[in-house]
Design a protein around this ligand. Structure first.
Ligand code: HAM
Length: 424
């Protein structure tokens, strides 16, 4: 029986020095988003189920993996399994498409997402995604720029060993022709494919190529390639995306089997995977272009492009490649107190904190040795020592742990002296 006082399967507590990794990643993301003109949006963690669930959706995420529940008012709500749909819902709800001069509207988001998946390394039920959406413009240059942003963020985290896979699913006409070709191809093998693929055959045969169960079936190797079904405008669009990536010196590999797991993609799709990855689940960021989403929510015929990035996976890779290292909790100053000094040491502590220093002190009358140890652990550059004599004389002893210089001054000189020692 599972212990109900442990985290639910597929979730984790993020704590201790690891939190510093998350903060570093978040600050790199914010910095890069600012450079590219993306503004942050924070949408609800749950939405009406209809926001995520479309009729005839064939993706695993929507059909099998959503955390959907009825609230006490009998409304069907769903914990967001991804960021894109909620962001487009908000874009339409707030009529952000109103000012044409502001398009594309560039939004980024960060936060927990929820999918009922089989947990394993790098795959969780609650995971964190950073994502971007550039809404209201369609251009091969914008697609390339979006990929560049994802790529630059991985570089900024010190991750070098990723490769970008890219493909085009083409426009409506190309995809429709390709779907017919896939149906024709898979029809004779239908009885040998899994139940999901049999459903996918009707609903969206592109999804068959994404199947984890039937991947090794011989019919997969001989399946037609989408590249052969792209019409001229789609071919041209795709070649312009590739040209822009070449010009930006962003390395990529064309993968004509790449269809991505979600239904809304049109034209460009891409994912970044570790160079040594074998499985399909390893993507650190993935996304693509979408023509129909804004219209689905009633916002007119506006395209978009974006990607989602798994923060847990990025941190794993960055640590592995030593691009990021966890840093421990540190203090600038440690205030040691000895004997009965009332709240005098706490007052010194607070005075320094209010001036902006990170300051720790002892609350439990621990030994001098223990307090020195604590200050060492926190790498405090300056130690303030307060004993009963200092307390009664209104003084403090201040020690610079680097130069070993030590002075005794009046309380009114505390801040000034610490500033002198720390070079503030
Ligand atoms: P996605 O490919 O489903 O796309 O997810 C994007 C990224 O989220 C993945 O590449 C992976 O890094 C991370 N991820 C997904 N599921 C899990 C999981 N169970 N555990 C850990 N990490 C995970 C989307 O979600 C789209 N909304 C991306 C997008 C934005 N397309 C256009 N705009």
């Amino acid at each position: 029986m599972s212990n109900k006082y442990q985290v639910p399967r597929g979730t984790q507590d993020i704590m201790g020095d690891d939190v510093s990794l998350w903060r570093q990643v978040e600050s790199i993301i914010r910095e890069q988003c600012a450079r590219y003109g993306y503004q942050e949006i924070r949408t609800p963690i749950f939405e009406h189920t209809e926001v995520f669930k479309f009729q005839n959706d064939s993706s695993d995420m929507v059909t099998k993996e959503m955390y959907t529940f009825l609230d006490s008012g009998e409304r069907s709500l769903t914990l967001r399994p991804e960021g894109t749909k909620g962001v487009i819902r908000a874009f339409v709800e707030h009529k952000l498409y109103g000012n044409q001069a502001e398009l594309p509207y560039k939004l980024f988001y960060m936060g927990p997402m929820f999918r009922y998946e089989r947990p394993q390394k790098g795959r969780y039920r609650q995971f964190h995604q950073f994502g971007v959406e550039a809404i209201g413009a369609k251009s091969p240059l914008l697609d390339a720029e979006t990929i560049a942003l994802g790529y630059n963020i991985t570089r900024a985290m010190g991750i070098k060993k990723v490769k970008i896979l890219i493909n085009s699913l083409g426009d409506d006409e190309s995809r429709s022709n390709y779907r017919s070709a896939l149906r024709e191809h898979f029809r004779p093998y239908l009885g040998e494919l899994c139940g999901d693929c049999q459903r996918r055959f009707e609903l969206n045969p592109l999804r068959i190529l994404d199947c984890k169960v039937d991947r090794e079936h011989p019919s997969f190797k001989s399946a037609p390639s989408v590249q052969d079904y792209l019409n001229e405008p789609s071919k041209k669009y795709f070649s312009q995306v590739l040209q822009a990536l070449d010009d930006l010196e962003i390395p990529y590999v064309i993968d004509s089997r790449l269809v991505r797991g979600l239904d809304y993609y049109t034209n460009t799709v891409f994912e970044a995977i570790p160079e040594d990855a074998s499985g399909q689940q390893a993507a650190v960021f993935a996304g693509g272009q979408y023509d129909g989403l804004v219209e689905h929510y009633g916002g007119g015929n506006l395209p978009g492009v974006g990607f989602g990035m798994g923060i847990e996976r990025m941190i794993d890779l960055a640590v592995q490649e030593q691009g990021l290292t966890a840093v421990g909790h540190e203090a600038d100053v440690y205030v040691i107190s000895m004997g009965n000094v009332g709240s005098y040491a706490l007052k010194a502590t607070e005075t320094l904190r209010n001036a902006g220093f990170r300051v720790e002190t002892d609350y439990q009358g621990r030994s001098l040795k223990a307090q020195f140890k604590a200050s060492d652990r926190l790498k405090a550059k300056v130690i303030v020592i307060i004993g009963e004599d200092e307390y009664s004389n209104g003084q403090v002893v201040i020690k610079d742990t680097v130069s070993k210089q030590q002075v005794t001054v009046g309380f009114d000189k505390l801040l000034e002296t610490v500033k002198g020692f720390t070079g503030e």
